[in-house]
Ligand binder design. Structure first.
Ligand code: WT7
Length: 642
């Protein structure tokens, strides 16, 4: 763990300047953020850097007025960046589109007008269910331009996940496509939307992008073609003057209980945060080609494919499909062809590509790469070393960025721009400026060196969410009640003797499958909604590529004799309703589940049993548990029928 890698001239030359910078950010936050908020052009200066009067509803840059699309587009169009590539889009089939800042602004204006023509105004909710096409950032920026609050629904989600999100935010319009491409297949997005809309009441308009030419049904008066409504190439839509704390978007993410949480991000704090963090962590240069290989359906895509790079006037590469389609060299081929300088991906992707061996990357010239990045889950040292040596030729620092949907942008990460010390594989290193982490034990006392505890953040930062959509109470309960006054995010971590942070996975019942965040409760809800099932419990098992894989235990209803057909049907229906990432890898039919006396399923015990780490004394595992009940359940579990 303490191994120091060969010092890399890029990362090492000025660690001291990071220390100084970080210190200033905490010692004089007013001055610090006054200065760094200038990364954004404001129509009206804010009155106060931070208003803590209704904590934990912290409000940054109060009464400041800005427009995110103006900052991402218009101001660059007025500068030397007018004809610079804003987005280089690469299709799964190799097609490409290079859109300049000027071109992107035209498209955004045309779509902003289409939204206005459909009756959408500031504060209205817009659902976006689009694949990874150029129109996705266009629609997001068009919403930002007119002040409509958008929610992007990952195009891998199914109909009931869409309906749930539309109902929670009250979307008036849905933007979708006839189809989306992934792994050489076409996903019928519009048909899925049609199904979802059977369970919603608020949607008045559906705008459909012609993307794959597959057949769709258009509902008269409700459904319109994108190319028809957004045909005015000369449209000019004045950017709305948004308040710093007006919502910009809602993004749903999984939690430990109940339905997904609608994380609300604002205009001012969020844009100041994402642009500064990208600059600090990755030190992008004016002529760089930045490739964040995430999906726009997740926060990584929002913050670091769309907003931060465009706010900074960079060239952002956007790839349509699967990084292993048509072959395992797809990523390396794109790096070579487009001369990617900074490549930001996930541990899952790295592990997957690593499995195919070195011969694929070795076929390509990867010398344009200067910096590499990772996000989504802790990166295991084997994957780190492969990325560092085989992809980066021992030249490129690995920026392991730790953050969450709720944090808006990076919170712990090496800072290539500010200077960092030697990297330690698997450690996200040090906090971003303005972030004051602390690791606490069960009782809220600070942990010692190398002691594992709950990571919390002691002060607000500009990128933090405003609230959870329509549920202020849940916001306070989930994030600020476990350790009052501190932001608690559900992760385990520890700090070593040199002050490096090590993220050690979730402390709650959230699991990460290929970096996707899933609540065990959501999967269980999906399983118990089958008429054949009375109870369900979900755990994860370690997976060499995906990080974790979903394992489920279900109790069939009386009179039901479970068989393979039933488990196959469950998997198929879950896939259709909620999307492929939520489908359990294994479904075990059992007669009983280990529970506490108060009836809570003990997933930890289930997991220990499943992984053959049978706990000796169960009383130590859960005080309130009925040991006999658990032992019985374990016996039953072992006698499982299929
Ligand atoms: C959870 C947040 C952040 C954008 C993508 C995921 C885990 C994320 C790291 C990292 C260790 C990480 C945490 C966190 N996580 N990045 N570099 N090292 N763990 O966003 O879906 O909101 O998930 O992902 O457990 O809480 P998300």
């Amino acid at each position: 763990m303490d191994e120091n890698l060969p010092l890399n001239e890029y990362v090492n030359h000025h660690k001291g300047s990071y220390d100084q910078f970080y210190k200033e950010s905490l010692e004089n936050p007013e001055k610090f953020w006054q200065e760094h908020s200038k990364i954004i052009d404001w129509y009206r200066n804010f009155d106060q850097v931070l208003d803590q009067s209704s904590a934990p509803f912290y409000r940054w840059f109060t009464n400041g007025k800005l427009n995110v699309s103006y900052n991402a587009l218009d101001r660059h169009v007025k500068s030397f960046r007018r004809n610079k590539a804003a987005i280089i889009w690469v299709g799964e089939d190799g097609r490409e589109k290079i859109v300049t800042y000027h071109g992107l602004l035209k498209r955004v204006n045309a779509f902003a007008k289409a939204l206005i023509d459909s009756g959408i105004r500031k504060g209205d909710r817009v659902a976006i269910y689009l694949p990874m096409v150029i129109e996705t950032p266009v629609v997001m920026l068009a919403c930002a331009r007119i002040g409509a609050v958008f929610t992007v629904i990952f195009s891998g989600f199914g109909a009931s996940a869409i309906a749930e999100r539309i109902n929670d935010c009250g979307a008036k319009v849905v933007i979708t496509a006839d189809g989306g491409r992934r792994n050489g297949k076409i996903i019928p997005l519009k048909n899925i939307v049609d199904e979802a809309l059977e369970d919603t009441k608020t949607v008045e308009t559906v705008i459909v992008l012609k993307n794959t030419q597959n057949e769709v049904d258009m509902v008269e008066g409700r459904d319109f073609w994108y190319h028809e409504v957004a045909s005015d190439e000369r449209a000019l839509v004045e950017p709305e003057r948004m308040d710093s704390n007006d919502p910009l978007f809602i993004l749903y993410t999984s939690g430990t209980t109940g339905k997904p949480k609608g994380v609300v991000h604002g205009n001012g704090g969020y844009s100041v945060w994402v642009s500064n963090t990208l600059k600090w962590a990755f030190d992008p240069k004016e002529d760089d080609r930045w490739w964040c290989a995430a999906d726009i359906g997740w926060i990584t895509g929002h913050s670091y494919i769309v907003f931060a790079p465009l706010l900074l006037g960079l060239t952002s590469i956007m790839y349509e499909g699967s990084i292993t389609y048509p072959g395992p060299d797809r990523m390396w081929q794109i790096v070579e062809k487009y001369g990617v300088n900074i490549l930001y991906t996930s541990p899952t992707a790295i592990r997957m590509l690593m499995r195919y061996g070195d011969s694929y990357p070795k076929k390509y010239d990867l010398s344009s790469l200067r910096i590499l990045g990772s996000v989504g889950e802790p990166i295991n040292p084997a994957a780190w070393h492969w990325f560092y040596s085989v992809i980066g030729s021992d030249r490129c620092p690995i920026i392991d960025t730790y953050w969450q949907t709720e944090t808006g942008g990076f919170i712990i990460s090496p800072s290539a721009n500010l200077g960092i010390g030697p990297l330690k594989p698997g450690s996200a290193t040090f906090p971003m400026p303005g972030i004051a982490p602390v690791i606490l034990d069960e009782n809220g006392n600070e942990c010692k060196e190398n002691e594992k505890g709950y990571i919390c953040i002691q002060r607000p930062w500009p990128g933090m969410m405003l609230t959870l959509n329509g549920d202020d109470e849940r916001y306070v309960k989930v994030y600020f009640s476990r350790f009052p006054g501190r932001y608690f995010n559900g992760d385990f971590a520890m700090k070593d003797k040199d002050g490096y942070y090590w993220l050690l996975g979730r402390s709650d019942e959230v699991i990460k499958v290929s970096g996707h965040r899933l609540g065990t409760i959501e999967i269980e809800d999906a399983l118990v909604s089958f008429p054949e099932i009375s109870e369900a419990a979900v755990i994860s098992k370690p997976d060499n590529v995906k990080g974790e894989a979903i394992i489920s235990f279900v109790i069939p209803k009386r009179g039901i004799t479970p068989d393979r057909h039933l488990s196959e049907r469950i998997k198929k229906e879950v896939r259709e309703r909620l999307g492929p990432i939520i489908v359990p890898e294994e479904i075990h039919f059992v007669e009983s589940l280990p529970k506490t006396r108060s009836g809570k399923i003990m997933r930890r015990v289930l997991k220990a049993v499943y992984l053959n780490q049978i706990p000796g004394d169960l009383t130590t595992l859960e005080n309130e548990a009925s040991v006999e009940d658990i032992k019985n359940a374990i016996e039953m579990l072992k006698k499982e029928k299929i």
